[in-house]
Design a protein around this ligand. Structure first.
Ligand code: ADP
Ligand code: ZN
Length: 749
């Protein structure tokens, strides 16, 4: 397990210190609310309760669901003790799952109840499954006289049109959500006799079959797969880095580990950074195992969440693939965890309970006594260092499968090879695009910036369009004719006149976003079939899947995309990747800027030449001598890591040192400042522990809240949690101020 995971507080149930036997039969129940400890409740006569049982209990005027966390601890005196209302008929939360909640809470310094909330995120799943009412469109039904066909009613009927051709029935809640109206509209249509009611049974998930043979593996792949299999069969904790270039067959290899877990009658969990973008992964899994895995992510409907949660709890789901929250599902007997693209920053949850899913997954594996594989072509420096020092095992896959060669990476020096004014593609990249199109192949232009232009300013007075709620420029989205804040979502029309000086027609777009690159492509190659691939131009996983398929069928010649398209997709006809601004991620003073830029560009480059034709990658940069660019051009991954590790070691930064951030925020800037200063004065300081700040956060205003940051830096051997707890105890925090604790911060904004 990572150092980070090891040094967290010992797992200890939230209900502490049992007192001498209380006269009543009582239990401590943890509630999924931001509470520090479990509360005692009386066990009513005739009810049998054990640790992990899901129960309903009174809390003030409400009734809430909770989990029996242990024996009563005397936190409530007998006279005021309330009784448990009922016990749910569901398999109890396992001992490992409860210890995991306590562990995550202690490590991230989050109230245990708040962490529990992620584990009981679908209370409806505890109720016995009930068939649900859903509707089809009724053929040839006439509206009764006097029935007004309003716009919302029309929309709902239109949504159900496909049911006449065999489409699936939809529940009232789903219809209301899709049509953007209330459920009463749906009921009105049903009462008017225009809808056909049907009862939906809970969805049954298919069962992946481990007997199905996989492809025949190369000797390297075979050795890697056998190693993983043995770990799964041994049923002991270990962490392995599965380290292999893109296309080396890492996925095929970890499928073998999944197959081994199923063979043992256990479950497998696969974490993917962006599950909603992973349709190709799901198809591939279904082809390999004959049935899809259960998915767990934010795009699921309420009914899907409920059915999946319940099925997992009952042990009916052998394989779950999910986003970070899938760690908290009620697995009865997990046999292996796979963290694919383990270096991806999407694993860090930045809101609510702030945690890194990769690190928590290692902790989960440790608590559960099972193997975990961290998979990447460009591991995080944390994982790389853990593998180099043999804290983690390493399995390497050095070559691309089937002899496909890694693409050639060239640096385009923008200081010499200059694009024309207000254009962004250098002459050499233009030439390469021309050649690629002439050869009947596909090209991709990568720019990790949505919209048309990142900044709009007035040419007369220099006024810059800024978000009123955030420290951020407004981004022009020309297709949508709007200015948008990418932090708080604010949207406003493009101003015709400058809001500052009133001059008309002076507002100018500065710099490129993908929309502007698309404009340049249309100008250069009017015949080419081009499209933008970004999260705001593609709505949802299905749209992304369609785009990916259409690229695969070669219905597009040039794709202009953000990182949505950098992840995992496999395009055989794609032979040229042009990175418009390779320097983009390097600015901004982030500890991991170089590492992240390297990982992202490496991954983007990996899109080229995945088929039979060799690929070519061109990185446009103003800093061709930068170590990141040099390493990419030379294909010297380990050289880059060595240099990066040296720099971090020298600076005492992670993974060689430890960081924790406090973010102080509130609506009143003076109060925020005052509390931040008080925290600064009360900060723990010693020869080895330093606190930097308070400093205004780079996003010093976010969604209308003022923010100040403090950063604690300590040697790796230091347990930072007790230090921070004592520190916070020394300062009075007024209710209008929020202090967020971020242990092992990844974002410094
Ligand atoms: P990675 O996960 O390392 O990027 P994949 O597992 O996706 O690599 O493999 C890359 C491509 O090569 C995929 O299309 C995969 O199906 C194919 N492939 C890998 N190993 C084999 C094998 N042993 N037999 C047949 N196809 C393979
Ligand atoms: Zn904003």
């Amino acid at each position: 397990m990572p150092e980070s995971a090891r040094s967290g507080a010992k797992s200890k149930p939230a209900a502490a210190k049992p007192r001498p036997a209380a006269p009543d039969r009582r239990v401590a129940v943890l509630l999924p609310l931001p509470l520090r400890e479990a509360y005692d409740y009386r066990i009513p006569d005739g009810m049998d309760l054990g640790p992990g049982d899901y129960v309903e209990v009174p809390l003030g005027p409400r009734r809430v669901i909770g989990v029996v966390w242990g024996p009563g601890a005397g936190t409530v005196e007998s006279g005021r003790l309330k009784a448990v209302v009922r016990k749910f008929d569901a398999p109890p939360m396992t001992d490992v799952a409860r210890r995991f909640v306590d562990w995550v809470a202690a490590y991230t310094m989050t109230p245990p109840g708040f962490v529990l909330r992620m584990a009981v995120s679908v209370p409806a799943a505890l109720e016995p499954p009930r068939p649900m009412l859903a509707y089809l469109r009724k053929a040839d039904a006439q509206a009764p006289p006097g029935f007004k066909m309003t716009e919302p009613r029309r929309r709902i009927l239109a949504l159900l049109d496909d049911t006449l051709a065999g489409g699936p029935p939809r529940t009232p809640a789903e219809l209301a959500e899709e049509a953007g109206c209330g459920v009463t509209v749906v009921r009105g249509l049903a009462e008017a006799g225009l809808l056909e009611p049907v009862m939906l049974q809970p969805t049954r998930l298919g069962r992946p079959d481990w007997h199905r043979p996989g492809p025949s593996l190369s000797p390297d792949q075979r050795a890697a797969a056998d190693d993983l299999r043995e770990r799964v069969i041994s049923g002991r904790y270990s962490t392995v880095l599965l380290d292999g270039v893109t296309g080396s067959g890492k996925t095929e290899v970890y499928y073998e580990a999944i197959s081994a877990a199923l063979e043992q009658g256990k479950q497998a969990l696969v974490l993917l950074p962006e599950i909603a973008l992973s349709a190709q992964w799901l198809d591939r899994f279904a082809r390999r195992f004959g049935a899809p895995p259960a998915e767990w992510h934010s795009e699921l409907t309420g009914a899907q969440r409920r059915d999946t949660w319940r099925a997992v709890a009952k042990g009916e789901v052998p394989v779950v693939v999910g986003a970070r929250s899938a760690l908290f599902l009620p697995y009865p007997d997990l046999g292996v965890i796979i963290v694919d693209e383990e270096h991806d920053s999407a694993y860090k949850q930045e809101e609510g309970a702030i945690y890194h899913a990769r690190d928590m997954a290692v902790a989960r594996a440790h608590l559960g006594g099972l193997p975990i594989a961290l998979v990447s072509a460009t591991p995080s420096l944390e994982t790389k260092v853990n593998a180099d020092s043999h804290r983690y095992a390493r399995i390497a896959l050095p070559a691309r499968h089937g002899g496909a060669v890694l693409p050639e990476v060239e640096l385009v020096d923008l200081r010499r090879d200059r694009p024309p004014a207000r254009h962004w593609l250098a002459p050499s990249l233009r030439k390469a695009l021309t050649d690629t199109l002439a050869g009947g192949e596909q090209a991709m232009l990568f720019l990790n910036r949505r919209g048309y232009a990142p900044l709009t300013l007035c040419r007369a007075c220099g006024h810059r369009m800024q978000c009123p709620n955030c420290t951020a420029w407004l981004v022009e989205h020309r297709l949508a004719r709007k200015l948008q804040c990418h932090h708080c979502g604010l949207q406003q029309p493009l101003p015709h006149a400058c809001p500052e000086c009133g001059e008309e027609g002076t507002m100018a777009a500065c710099g490129p976003g993908v929309e502007r690159i698309a404009e340049e492509v249309a100008e250069l190659f009017p015949e080419a079939r081009a499209a933008i691939m970004a999260s705001d131009t593609l709505h949802g996983p299905r749209a992304i899947q369609e785009m990916v398929e259409s690229i695969g069928r070669h219905e597009l010649d040039i794709i202009i995309g953000t990182q949505v398209m950098a992840k995992g997709h496999h395009f055989p006809m794609l032979t040229l990747v042009g990175v418009v601004d390779a320097d983009l991620g390097l600015n901004g003073g982030d500890l991991r800027a170089a590492e992240r830029t390297y990982q992202l560009l490496h991954q983007v480059a990996g899109r080229a030449g995945r088929g039979e034709r060799p690929g070519r990658v061109m990185l446009q940069t103003f800093m061709p001598e930068h170590p990141v660019m040099q390493a990419l051009a030379a294909g010297d991954r380990d050289g880059f890591y060595r240099l990066e590790a040296e720099m971090r070691l020298e600076a005492g930064m992670p993974p060689f040192g430890r960081l924790a951030a406090l973010i102080v925020s509130g609506e009143d800037p003076t109060l925020v400042e005052r509390v931040a200063m008080a925290l600064g004065r009360a900060a723990p300081r010693s020869e080895t522990v330093h606190v930097l700040g308070p400093a205004p956060a780079p996003l010093s205003l976010l969604r209308g809240r003022y923010r100040r940051r403090l950063l604690l830096k300590a040697p790796r051997s230091t347990q930072v949690q007790p230090l921070i707890a004592e520190w916070l105890d020394r300062v009075e925090i007024p209710p209008a101020i929020r202090v967020q604790i971020d242990v092992d911060p990844y974002s410094f904004l």
